[in-house]
Write a protein that binds this ligand. Sequence first.
Ligand code: DX5
Ligand code: ZN
Length: 211
Amino acid sequence: MIRVAPSLLAADFSNLGEQVAKLETCGADMLHLDVMDGHFVPNLSFGVPVIKNLRHKTHLPFDAHLMVDGPENMIEWFAKAGADYITIHYEATDDLASVVDKIHSYNIKAGIALKPGTSADVLQQFIDKIDLILVMTVEPGFGGQKFIEDMLPKIKQIRAMIQNRDIILSVDGGINASTALMAKEAGADMLVAGTYIFGSDDWSKTISSLR
Ligand code: DX5
Ligand code: ZN
């Protein structure tokens, strides 16, 4: 069964705790936490204190999607804040392998995110040491953008690369009921959605519609 990870970027930030608890009762499988530094992407979102406070509001696993330059210096912060997965961008560091090792040293799962312009081929050298791959189907930085359909062959290629390894293939950006179908057909097993879920009146129904 396909997993659904709501992205809090589209939430009402004045009321995060309640919304996170509600997402859990509405059937979310994981929470997707978009951390932005205003350098790696031209936007700011939230950071460690928010994640730390939310940790007590839900049992859902947390995937911290770090859209930051130099993530190597921040791994400990997010580990201590309660992340279950830390997903870093291939494009954000020169020494991805050692950042992945650092994440694992805290007993946390490690993910690699790829911007739309980055080829799936770069994953080959890390495939045996990662737990999640996040394919961006929009340029990272903002919610509410249109799904880039040209990313579907890349999702297929990564699905083939994964073979029978225990790696989650997550797709992030512009997900709604129709793009979810395309992403699933291409091989995604987790869908990140912000605007589509938070913009709807019935979160349970919207989350099920993605499955
Ligand atoms: C973009 C973020 C996404 C995005 C998802 O930088 O990584 O998680 O906010 O939001 P929607 O579903 O609105 O595209
Ligand atoms: Zn994200």
